[in-house]
Design a protein around this ligand. Structure first.
Ligand code: SF4
Length: 604
């Protein structure tokens, strides 16, 4: 079968059983695969109102038809579930080689259901699928877990090819901000997936396969891919910036424009910016570059800090982590930020969520709402010595770490000061000030996963100006652009392509790749319609879970207080203007509910 293995693995942890099913081709024709497949299965099989941390919830690992084919950036495996952080749909992206290896083992997707009585890990070695005891892995860091599982394989060569997704101690402690880790870097899009895996007593999923993926028009596919590679090679954004610095160049870009938040979005000017920007990183700790399978962008940077107590090494330190653990906490100590990131990876904690939780606690402390007695320590913006002990506390689930692990939204709610939470639908805002970048503001307010940037990363156009002049502060045409990026990213994820690839490929490239692999005759509109269908399915899941149009909003500060300083001083988000236009373009009613007509048009 072109692009697919045709098989789905269903694992029931309660019964300790595994079953192999056929891939539903009708579903695939509606929603492609990956994120679309995960969302469709979740909508069909779980009650959206159910508690995300109970056995009823499911985890769906799903590849797309391009995963493992060698198409540009085709490394993505989506993991979909109901989020304990937002109570709505959540979809993370595991990159590296995991998705391809899953395909090579003979499966397009894994549906994980139920809850094991004791810790286990799932081992898939081609057709040999086993649930193995993981008591000896429980409490271990993610790196150590990967090492131990590989050592158990016995055969060193086979172990090298094995790909593992695991949780760290934070997931075992059911911290809402726990994430999945693979090959020593975080899955994109936290949202508490680590806690869902932890509550199921599932420590890891290990895969290795020796099969291939069939491509319909092999020669044409190779030719088109090589043309695309040549074009990307000449792209200065990729060759000069992304390959050398990853996304860390955004530290200075966004700060210069006034959109990099500082001190929990209370400022946009950060005096220590030169100590944490990409040049500082390149001068001091950058030591290598890594790429996921078939990706010419190589955006993953390896860094090493040699000076105790910050010594360590890791991959994946990026703009989001530096901004959230640095300026947004008032910290300009790059070594402390890097060490904090390594620790997040080891413990399986999402660094964006950690930065936001500590920022909220710090604001509450500085305003006299959170006391030293409650927190067990003092908090101050700029206090880098706090960072590592606090992350350790979250991982251990000890003391105030337990509270921080619930995430910024619950901290603000518990202390009855919601103005200290920066986010949407219970999820923390990544470091792109929505008062300045209007499209991102609308996207954060309407995103089905809460404030998750990569589901509609209009920064690519609004800030980087890839398809024309940058225009962050304008509202004209932004509702249309947001819808386009949201639908496009949904179908990109469904194909198995990394969302960051939108920095160098566009819709027509996606159409060519998928038609070459599947022998289909999709046109641009067909592809966008699949993305729109996925977006609406997610929306329907959230509506059934209890969300309404009133949840399409952002924290009060971001709506009522202008950016206080810097180049974008005085900017506010014009959500009142953007949202009705967005609903109209989506074919939703004034309450943000998809109309019968729209659902019929989408075949839902
Ligand atoms: S852009 Fe970066 S994260 Fe995405 S596939 Fe390429 S190397 Fe991996």
């Amino acid at each position: 079968m072109n692009g697919w293995t045709g098989k789905v693995l269903r694992v029931n942890l309660t019964e300790g059983s595994v079953a192999i099913q056929d891939l539903d081709l009708e579903t695939v024709s509606l929603v492609m695969g990956g994120r679309g497949l995960g969302v469709k299965i979740l909508c069909d099989e779980i009650d959206p109102k159910a508690n995300a941390l109970e056995a009823h919830n499911k985890l769906i690992f799903a590849t797309g038809p391009l995963t493992g084919t060698g198409a540009i950036a085709s490394a993505l495996c989506s993991v979909t579930t109901k989020s304990p952080l937002t109570g709505g749909i959540a979809c993370a992206s595991v990159l590296g080689n995991f998705g391809a290896e899953l395909k090579f083992s003979g499966f397009d997707a894994i549906i994980i259901e139920g809850k094991s009585k004791f810790p286990v890990y799932l081992s898939i070695m081609d057709d040999k699928v086993r649930l193995l005891p993981a008591l000896h892995l429980w409490g271990r860091t993610t790196t150590y877990t990967e090492k131990l599982i590989k050592a158990e394989m016995g055969d060193l060569w086979k172990a090298r090819e094995m790909c593992i997704v695991s949780i760290g101690p934070a997931g075992e402690k059911i911290a809402n901000i726990a994430s999945l880790v693979h090959e020593d870097f975080m899955a994109f899009g936290g949202s508490g997936l680590g806690a869902v895996m932890g509550t199921k007593n599932l420590k890891a999923v290990a895969v290795r396969g020796t099969k291939g993926v069939k491509v319909a028009h092999g020669n044409r596919f190779l030719l088109n891919t090589s043309h695309l590679l040549k074009r990307i090679e000449k792209d200065p954004l990729i060759s000069e910036k992304v390959r050398n610095l990853g996304t860390t160049f955004l530290v200075e870009t966004l700060h210069q424009m006034g959109f990099l938040p500082s001190k929990n979005f209370q400022a946009a000017v950060f005096n220590g910016i030169k100590n944490v920007d990409s040049q500082a990183l390149a001068r001091s700790i950058l030591c290598g570059h890594r790429s996921c399978l078939a990706c010419p962008m190589a955006c993953l940077k390896t860094t090493e800090t040699k000076k105790p107590p910050f010594d360590g090494k890791g991959t994946g330190l990026d703009y989001n982590t530096i901004a959230m653990l640095g300026p947004n906490l008032g910290i300009d100590h790059l070594l402390a930020i890097a060490k904090a990131y390594y620790l997040c990876v080891q413990l399986g904690i999402d660094p964006i969520s950690v930065g936001a939780a500590i920022a909220t606690a710090t604001e509450l402390y500085e305003k006299g709402i959170l006391s030293e007695l409650d927190a067990g320590q003092s908090f101050r913006f700029g206090k880098s010595e706090n960072l590592i002990p606090l992350i350790n506390l979250i991982g251990e689930g000890n003391g105030f770490g337990c509270i921080l692990g619930t995430g910024a939204f619950r901290i603000a709610k518990d202390y009855e000061h919601m103005e200290s939470f920066m986010g949407a639908k219970g999820r923390e805002l990544p470091p792109y000030d929505p008062r300045g970048i209007q499209g991102m503001g609308l996207h954060f307010a309407t995103s089905n996963s809460g404030a998750y940037h990569l589901d509609g990363f209009t920064v690519i156009d609004e800030v980087l100006g890839i398809h024309g002049e940058p225009h962050p502060l304008e509202t004209e045409g932004k509702a249309w652009k947001v819808k386009l990026f949201q639908d496009l990213t949904a179908v990109l994820n469904a194909m198995g392509i990394c969302p960051l690839s939108l920095m160098c490929i566009w819709i027509d490239d996606m159409v060519t790749m998928v038609n070459d692999v599947l022998e289909t005759h999709y046109e641009v509109d067909d592809i966008l319609k699949i993305g729109e269908r996925i977006w609406n399915l997610e929306r329907l899941f959230n509506i059934k879970a209890g969300f309404t149009g009133a949840d399409d909003t952002l924290s009060e500060r971001l709506l009522s207080e202008p950016i206080p300083d810097g180049p974008a001083k005085g900017s506010i988000l014009h959500l009142d203007k953007l949202l009705p236009e967005y609903y109209r373009l989506r074919g939703w009613n004034e309450q943000g509910i998809p109309t019968e007509e729209k659902l019929k048009d989408l075949g839902l």
